[in-house]
Structures are given as C-alpha cells and as structure tokens.
Ligand binder design. Structure first.
Ligand SMILES: NC(=O)c1ccc[n+]([C@@H]2O[C@H](COP(=O)([O-])OP(=O)(O)OC[C@H]3O[C@@H](n4cnc5c(N)ncnc54)[C@H](O)[C@@H]3O)[C@@H](O)[C@H]2O)c1
Length: 271
C-alpha cells in the first residue's frame, strides 16, 4: 500500500493511460480523483475503482479552462481534505507542420498540455506544501525527446513539459514537492482503435521499432507513475523517466536495418 491514504488527482483519467494509473494508484491505497471531459467514461472508471473497494470520485474538468483546473484541485481538497499527487495526463493535439497548423489549434494544444501543467502546479503546490510535500507527474512522451513529421504542436508541448518539470523541481524542491515527467513510447490501450492488432504484418512491423520487441501497456506507465508518486522516489525530482522499451536508445541505422530486413521478409505486403 505505497499510497495509503494519499489523495491523487489524475487528469484524463477516464480511459487509456490515465485510467491505468487510476487503477494502480487505487490498488496501492490512493484516494483517486479522476478529472476528464468524458463524463460517462470517467464515471465508469471511478465506479470500477469503488467496486474494488477504493475511494474514488469523478469531476468533469476541461483542462484548457483555467477556472476548471482550480475547481478540480479545490474539489479534491474539499472532499478528501488534502492533496498529495497530481498527474497531468490529459492532452489534446492536432497534426500538421508549422505552415499547416492554424494558430487556434496551436493555442489549444499548448493550453491542454503545457498551460494545464503550469496551472495544475499553481493550484496544487500550496496544498501539497500544507501536507508536508507532494509529487507532480506530467505525462510527456518520446515525442518530447525526438521529433516526428507534421506534429509541430505535440512535439513542442511534450518537449516543453520536460523542461517545465525541471524548472518546477528547482522551485518546489524546498517545499518537498517533487516534479517529474514520464516519456512513454507507443502504449496500446482500450481507448484506441486497435484493429491493426489483427494483422500480423502490422504487429510485426511495430514490434521492430522496439529493442524489447513489444509496445507498452497502460500498466507499464502506471508502474512508473506509482514509483514517482511513492516515497520510494523521495530523492527523485526533475527527472524525465523514459518508458519506451528502448526505442529511443538505439542508433537509427540499427533500427532501419532491422525494419528493412522485416520488410524484405514481407515483400508481398509492399506491393
Ligand atoms: N498512447 C500512447 O502511445 C502515448 C505515448 C506517449 C505519450 N502519451 C501521452 O499519455 C497521455 C495519455 O494518452 P492516452 O493514449 O491514454 O490518451 P487518450 O486519448 O486515450 O486519453 C486521454 C484522455 O484525456 C481526456 N481529455 C482530452 N482533452 C481533455 C481536456 N481538455 N480536459 C480534460 N480531459 C481531456 C480524454 O477525454 C481522454 O480520457 C497523453 O498525455 C499522451 O500524450 C501517450
């Protein structure tokens, strides 16, 4: 029970990685607030947690709205009396190059990913300080470390999150508030269209991206998030923990040779 009695808020906790973190935290004794724009799914997640005997609440929250972020933090403190952990997991983005992407979409992506994490800390840290410390975790991505094509907003925001956690780790360290990021590789979960998993070619092709020869699960990220939230990480702050099956440590020529070999073996699919 590594989070026994601790109060955690998880944005975007209705499905996917956020839901996985909510379950893991609840299993370890955390009292969980799930904040999401998806009411039905969010409520379903908290129902799953309470059915397991955990304490859990849902609050409708749009993280692009500053007042709703403050209301989310206030709600957790009003209902559970304290705040120990905040996970900034919700995101919104739209693909495109800098030429293609509209300013409105750029601003929305920055609001959902970067500004939401800043505002979350703004309202959470004073409560964490009162509780004697706390842990803030922002879900970045391997896209915060390396760039993919036509993804200017996502890459920028995920990269910004990594320096944001370092900066806030410096400011809030004296308050015993730790601030870390997690950089997942591909994580496959129930909230996505996973029809491609029925196709051995698609599965094999994706596995080739990873030295561990598999993509990740929400549990992989939830275990990392559990570590960073727990007292076991009490000397860890300002860190970006990469959880990607080794995808970003390999040389590009090593990876491309492996993929070329795979494609050679499946020439029929390239026609
Ligand atoms: N799935 C992956 O392969 C992967 C890889 C690297 C990083 N990530 C990151 O992990 C996090 C979760 O990803 P996921 O795959 O579980 O995503 P997802 O789309 O399945 O879930 C995101 C959740 O955020 C919620 N959300 C969206 N906009 C919101 C808003 N404005 N306010 C509140 N909630 C909002 C959605 O309703 C949804 O429940 C994201 O930050 C994502 O960038 C995911």
């Amino acid at each position: 029970m590594r989070l026994d009695g601790k109060v955690v808020v998880i944005t975007g906790g209705a499905q996917g990685i956020g839901r996985g973190i909510a379950h893991r935290y609840a299993e370890e004794g955390g009292r969980v607030v799930v904040a999401d724009v998806k009411e039905e799914r969010g409520q379903a997640t908290t129902d799953e947690l309470t059915a397991k005997g955990a304490q859990a609440l849902f609050i409708h929250t749009d993280v692009t709205d500053a007042t709703q972020i403050q209301a989310m933090i206030d709600f957790a403190v009003e209902r559970y009396g304290r705040l120990d952990v905040l996970v900034n997991n919700a995101y919104w983005s739209k693909g495109g190059t800098a030429v293609e992407l509209e300013l409105e979409d750029w601003n929305k992506a920055m609001a959902a990913m970067v500004t939401a994490s800043y505002l979350g800390a703004k309202h959470a840290v004073p409560h964490m300080e009162r509780a004697g410390g706390g842990s803030i975790i922002s879900i970045s991505s391997v896209h915060g470390i390396l760039a993919a094509a036509r993804s200017v907003a996502y890459e920028t925001a995920k990269g910004a999150l990594i320096l944001l956690v370092k900066q806030m780790a410096v400011d809030f360290g004296p308050l015993n508030v730790r601030v870390n990021a997690i950089c997942p590789g591909l994580i496959v979960h129930e909230g996505q269209n996973t029809a491609w998993q029925q196709d051995p070619f698609q599965v094999g092709r994706r596995q080739m991206d990873y030295p561990l020869r598999r993509w990740g699960t929400p549990q992989d990220i939830a275990n990392a998030a559990l570590y960073l939230a727990s007292d076991e990480a009490s000397f860890v702050t300002g860190h970006a923990l990469v959880v990607d099956g080794g995808m970003t440590v390999q040389l590009q020529d090593s990876h491309s040779q492996r993929v070329v070999e795979f494609l050679r073996q499946h020439r029929d699919r390239l026609a």
